[in-house]
Design a protein around this ligand. Sequence first.
Ligand code: NAX
Ligand code: ADP
Ligand code: K
Length: 503
Amino acid sequence: MKIFSAPQVREADAYTIQHEPVSSLDLMERAASRCSAWIEEHFSPKHPVYIICGKGNNGGDGLAIVRQLLLHGYDATAYTIQGATSPDHTANLLRLRESYPDKVHPLNDLQEFPSLPPDALIVDALFGTGLNKPIEGWMGGVIHHMNNLRQKHTIIAIDMPSGLRADSTSLHTPVVQAHHTLSFETWKLAFLMPENAAFVGQVHILPIGLHPDYLTHTPARFHLTDLETIRTIYQPRDPFGHKGTYGHALLIAGSYGKMGAALLSARSCLRAGVGLLTCHVPACGYEIMQLGEPAAMCITDSEIQHSTHFHLDIADASYTTVGIGPGLGTHQQTALALEKLLENFRSPMVLDADALNIISVYPYLLYRIPQGSIITPHPKEFERLFGKTANDFERLELLSSKSQELGIYILLKGRYSAMACPDGAVYFNPTGNPGMATGGSGDVLTGILTALLAQRYTPKAAIILGVWLHGFAGDLAAASLSQEGMTAGDITTHLGAAFLQGI
Ligand SMILES: NC(=O)C1=CN([C@@H]2O[C@H](COP(=O)(O)OP(=O)(O)OC[C@H]3O[C@@H](n4cnc5c(N)ncnc54)[C@H](O)[C@@H]3O)[C@@H](O)[C@H]2O)[C@@H](O)CC1
Ligand SMILES: Nc1ncnc2c1ncn2[C@@H]1O[C@H](COP(=O)(O)OP(=O)(O)O)[C@@H](O)[C@H]1O
Ligand SMILES: [K+]
């Protein structure tokens, strides 16, 4: 699903108005009716609804919602900022005043903000995608006041929490902290940024019938992975396939005290469909691997506690791909072996965890990563590799520019993991949950991505599909075991079900 910028959303509105065709007032009525239907579905008429309306079309939506809720037996009241209003706002204000004159009140300063009865809902229709500068003065005070009320009253934002910018940072400016954001037709980039989590609450995307031609033909840089995309990527296995068809992966992982990471990766690699898996581990890991995962082959290093000679493996067998990093350690000899591996293995591979920590100490290695490879830093690893940024939008730009500069796929892990592609596109992943914020979840992901590369998915397909499946399996694990009770290995246990149900 494409993520459009605020100017593109305005274009989509205009295109729909012209080509459907539909009047802008009717489009506003449609958008408002989606919101009032959502409110009616989730809250009974015993909740009085206070709708705070700005001067633009976001406020116009708010006024139409008040009228629609009143018609359906709800006690709804509009509080409107005074001043020059947009034409559709003005039309809705007149309609509301005609039918319900006592349900519209002015809001000119904080003193005029209503005192709310206990069950009241607050609907924030102050500003939407038309915000053009940070909110200042007494309106900032209104936002601050609404946020103080959020412990006692549910806040529902229309289209955007007011004060939030769709495409750039809103840090250090007043923004409504909504419990629910009812946004029209498409996700906005701001909703996916961790720094905005406190503002957007739960996001509900409500279709308002924007013109499909615009949505289909307008290019977008940012995307949110959806089931439709996943279904086009996934390739069912060939009935005549044999283990050679699905590739031979070399997994280089583990060190003394961290053999669990190697085992977690190996198991998920096998459960994600690799044809053959060989694991290179330090000598101390031999029995752990052989007993822990009989389906994996095992090569041991000459060193006991950490690996130093894995670069030699690739001379002996024709590995389709390599996954390296989980629990590897950052010993200097391991770093040297990584450098030699990067010199000699030139196909796309997966680098994670300690492989990335080594590279952050020897940054010239970044430029030796084979084109098309996937690196999977969590935010701390990302910072070690590429430096600090002032906010999440800057980090996103850095992520994308490094991916393009280096010709590699960079996955920044977290809620809505961001996958930057060398062609400039960035995909966000919606699956997954905080139960996955537990040691070893990333190791499981490395195994999955390695398995998909081995099966000859393109790196772009592998990363989009792999991250989706990893999150989906995590969601299934949480559904059966709870977010608290699940461990990283449970993600792997649920991978089979994720293939069956998540595609
Ligand atoms: N036909 C359409 O264009 C549709 C628009 N819709 C709604 O329209 C919204 C966008 O409407 P608008 O473009 O009118 O924009 P907004 O209603 O978001 O706000 C724009 C108004 O606020 C003022 N403003 C912006 N930033 C300000 C600030 N920091 N301090 C004080 N004033 C500020 C602007 O000068 C303008 O008067 C969407 O978010 C959505 O809610 C929906 O009704 C769907 C249809
Ligand atoms: N709140 C969350 N929502 C969705 N996914 C999450 C969340 N927290 C963690 N994850 C996922 O879990 C994985 C954690 O990886 P990582 O931090 O590398 O763990 P580890 O180093 O312990 O293996 C990532 O894929 C990340 O996207
Ligand atoms: K709003």
